[in-house]
Design a protein. Structure first.
Length: 306
């Protein structure tokens, strides 16, 4: 930076109250500091140092100059960081991850517009559980995660939408009602699912963890018959009469699960059970143009999906 030496000289003079002490602290000569300060005083026609007091102090003009130089330094540092990020994206890649139910529907919608705007930026798209995404964001293995909330001091989470949760009730359940041929709101008291047979998502799923806390908080105990890797499998097994299960709307769409002669689909009351979907990234990530576009596309296409 062109004026960084003047900023360092003024800071040292303000700190030590002496040009000689400032010179010693910066490992330069006293005449060099005096000459540099004098050049700028001559250039602007003002005194930057009050030489009539001991220890020396910056004049009012000197204080204004120092504050300006500090601000300029901060802006330049921010510019360098953003340019470095752009260079990395231009010659490297942006890695975007999402939860398994979202990826197959969501990525095909946003990526054409993103690639059209930034054809030189390579993207890598991943599906992973939320707990893994949290670790990968912190470790720098992925740049952004679109999915369930992640609350971590090292990360920024921006809520984009709310998504309802549905319960699939097979004919084998006592809760099945053959007259229900559209997805109404869950018509029973929550206690009605006590001891019902359920298909559970694997234990390290943040989604399943949320469901487990919900059931515990409401004093509900269910009978886990099967544990599966993801909601797609859970939905298909519920359709095959293995047990009830909770899924989100994306899974309904992807698997074309509809109420039929052997399956009820109920939407859980949102004030009772639901989840947020948002975008998470590391606090140190720069919100530069490609990131802003990704944010805009996410908001544009996420709500229609949900």
């Amino acid at each position: 930076m062109k004026n960084d030496k003047l900023m360092k000289f003024l800071e040292a003079i303000s700190k030590y109250g002496s040009i000689s002490k400032a010179a010693n602290s910066l490992y330069v000569t006293q005449p060099y500091i005096s000459q540099t300060v004098h050049e700028y005083e001559k250039k602007f026609g003002v005194s930057l140092i009050d030489r009539d007091v001991k220890p020396l102090q910056l004049s009012y003009a000197g204080t204004i100059m120092l504050n300006y130089l500090r601000q300029q330094e901060n802006e330049y540092s921010s510019l360098k960081t953003q340019m470095s990020s752009l260079a990395k994206y231009a010659h490297g890649e942006i890695v975007i991850a999402t939860n398994q139910p979202l990826g197959r529907i969501f990525f095909p919608k946003i990526m054409p517009a993103f690639i059209e705007k930034y054809p030189d930026i390579r993207t890598r798209l991943l599906e992973m559980p939320t707990y893994q995404a949290e670790k990968s964001l912190i470790n720098g293995e992925i740049n952004f995660f679109i999915g369930m909330p992640i609350y971590n001091k090292k990360l920024i989470y921006k809520k984009l939408s709310e998504t309802p949760i549905y319960i699939l009730v097979p004919k084998s359940s006592k809760l099945f009602d053959p007259s229900r041929n559209y997805p109404p709101e869950f018509p029973y008291a929550l206690e009605s699912i006590q001891n019902e047979k359920f298909i559970k998502i694997r234990g390290d799923s943040r989604y399943q963890e949320m469901l487990d806390h919900f059931l515990i908080d409401n004093g509900i105990s269910i009978n886990i018959t099967t544990e599966v890797a993801n909601m797609d499998i859970a939905a298909q097994l519920a359709d095959q009469q293995i047990g009830c299960t909770f899924i989100v709307s994306q899974v309904l769409q992807q698997n074309l699960i509809r109420p039929n002669a052997h399956l009820n689909v109920y939407r859980m009351p949102t004030n009772l059970l639901g989840t947020d979907v948002g975008i998470s990234y590391k606090k140190s990530a720069n919100v530069i143009a490609p990131v802003k576009l990704l944010d805009e596309l996410t908001q544009k296409y996420l709500n229609p999906i949900l």
